[in-house]
Write a protein that binds this ligand. Structure first.
Ligand code: NDP
Length: 362
C-alpha cells in the first residue's frame, strides 16, 4: 500500500490557463443543466464576456473564476446500472422467446481476499441482470491439470455461455496455458490472443472485446464524447487494459499515443491529448499540470492508499490526481465509481452477446 496524496502541490492546478477559467465561468453562469460535449466551442456571447472580464475582473468575477472542480463527473456506477437493466430486459426476452438463460462460469483459485471480492461482485451482478452464474473455488495448491479439467467441462457445457478465470493465478500456474484453454466462443474476458489479434486488424471483428477497455469506450459513448479525429493518450500497455484500450480508440478513428514506464517526459504526450485513459497502477501519478484544459479523463487505476480516517485504514484512488484534474478536465471518471462498475457490466454484456450468438437469437 502506498501513502500518496496530491493536495500538497495543487499550485499547478491553481495556475490555470485562461481557457480553463472560461470553462469554469461558463459552467457557473449557465448552471448544472448546461453541459455540452467537451469539444464544442464556446457560445459566442459568452466568449465576449469572458474576454472582457479577464482584463480587470471585479471581486465577484474574481471569485467566479477561482479554480473549483468544474469537470463533469462521468458516473460509471449509474451507467453500469442502466446497462444492467438493459441486459435484464434482453435476458427476459430471450428466456420468454427461446427458453434460454445466459450463463457465466467463474473459476477462482486460491484465497486472495481481493479476488474473492471481485468474484462475489460478479455473482451479485449476474443475479441482478438475471444471468445464471456458476462458481468454482479451487484451493491455492490445485494443479494446472485440475483447473484445466474444470475449464474443459465448462467449454462443453451448453448452459455456460461465458467462462472467466479470475486473475491473478497462483504463481505455480502458467497463466497463458490456462487462458488459452478457454474456448474462444466463451472467452467473455476477451483475453484470447485471437481476440486481441482481430482487434488489431482492420476489417476483422473480435469475438469479444476485453471488458475494462470496452467499459472505457462505452462511457465515452454514453456521455456523447466524440472520439473520431481526437488525440488520445493511453497510459499503460498491459494486455488486459492499456493495449486493447489503445486499439479500440484507434478503431474509433482517434490518433493514439501509448505512454509506458520507459516513456521519457510522459506529460509532454498527455498535455496534447483530448482524451486520456490511464491504466498504470500508480496513485495520483497524473497531475493537473499534465492535462490539457478541457480534456476528458478516464481513470482505470485502482490503488489503495493509507488513510487513517477511513475505518479500513486505507482508501482507493486512481492513477489521476482527481483533485487537480477535475479543475482542468472537462469530464472525468471518479475512483471508485468510474470504470470499475463498467468492467462488470461489460462482462454481463459479453455473456449476453455470447448466448445470443450461440442460439442465433437476434
Ligand atoms: P499492469 O501492471 O499489467 O500494467 C501497468 C502498465 O503501466 C504497464 O504497461 C507499465 O509499463 C505502465 N506503467 C507502470 N509505471 C508507469 C509509469 N510510471 N509511467 C507510465 N507507465 C507506467 O496493470 P493493469 O493494466 O493490469 O492495471 C492497471 C491499473 O488498472 C491497476 O491499478 C489495476 O488495479 C487497475 N485495473 C482496474 C480495473 C477496473 O475494472 N477499474 C480492471 C483492471 C485493472 P511497462 O509496460 O513499460 O511495464
Amino acid at each position: 500500500m502506498v501513502c500518496s496524496g496530491c493536495s500538497s502541490s495543487s499550485a499547478t492546478a491553481r495556475l490555470l490557463p485562461m481557457s480553463h477559467q472560461h470553462v469554469v465561468l461558463r459552467r457557473f453562469l449557465l448552471g448544472p443543466l448546461y453541459w455540452r460535449p467537451p469539444f464544442c466551442s464556446f457560445p459566442r456571447t459568452f466568449k465576449t464576456l469572458a474576454v472582457h472580464s479577464s482584463a480587470s475582473p471585479s471581486p465577484v468575477l474574481a471569485a467566479l473564476i477561482a479554480p473549483e472542480a468544474s469537470a463533469k463527473v462521468i458516473d460509471g456506477k449509474s451507467v453500469a446500472k442502466q446497462i444492467r437493466d438493459e441486459i435484464n430486459t434482453e435476458v427476459s426476452r430471450m428466456k420468454d422467446t427461446i427458453g434460454v438463460v445466459p450463463g457465466l462460469a467463474v473459476i477462482l483459485v486460491g484465497d486472495r481476499k481481493d479476488s474473492a471480492t471481485y468474484v462475489r461482485n460478479k455473482k451479485k451482478s449476474c443475479e441482478l441482470a438475471g444471468i445464471n452464474s456458476y462458481e468454482v473455488r479451487l484451493p491455492e495448491d490445485s494443479t494446472e491439470q485440475e483447473l484445466l479439467k474444470f475449464i474443459s467441462d465448462f467449454n462443453d457445457d451448453p448452459s455456460v455461455h461465458g467462462i472467466l478465470v479470475q486473475l491473478p493465478l497462483p504463481s505455480h500456474m502458467n497463466e497463458q496455458n490456462i487462458l488459452n484453454a478457454v474456448c474462444i466462443e466463451k472467452d467473455v474476458d476477451g483475453f484470447h490472443p485471437l481476440n486481441i489479434g482481430r482487434l488489431a486488424m482492420r476489417g476483422r471483428e473480435p469475438t469479444f472485446v476485453p471488458c475494462t477497455p470496452k467499459g472505457c469506450i462505452e462511457l465515452l459513448h454514453r456521455y456523447g464524447i466524440s472520439i473520431k479525429g481526437k488525440r488520445a493518450v493511453v497510459i499503460g500497455r498491459s494486455n488486459i487494459v492499456g493495449m486493447p484500450a489503445a486499439l479500440l480508440l484507434q478503431r474509433e478513428d482517434a490518433t493514439v499515443s501509448i505512454v509506458h514506464s520507459r516513456t521519457k517526459n510522459p506529460e509532454e504526450f498527455t498535455r496534447q491529448a483530448d482524451i486520456i485513459i490511464s491504466a498504470v497502477g500508480q496513485p495520483n501519478m497524473v497531475r493537473g499540470s499534465w492535462i490539457k484544459p478541457g480534456a476528458v479523463i478516464i481513470d482505470v487505476g485502482i490503488n489503495p492508499v493509507e488513510d487513517p480516517k477511513s475505518p479500513r485504514g486505507y482508501r482507493l484512488v486512481g492513477d489521476v490526481c482527481y483533485e487537480e484534474a477535475s479543475k482542468v478536465a472537462s469530464a472525468i471518471t471518479p475512483v471508485p465509481g468510474g470504470v470499475g462498475p463498467m468492467t462488470i457490466a461489460m462482462l454481463l454484456s459479453n455473456t449476453l452477446i455470447s448466448a445470443k450468438r450461440m442460439h442465433n437469437f437476434q
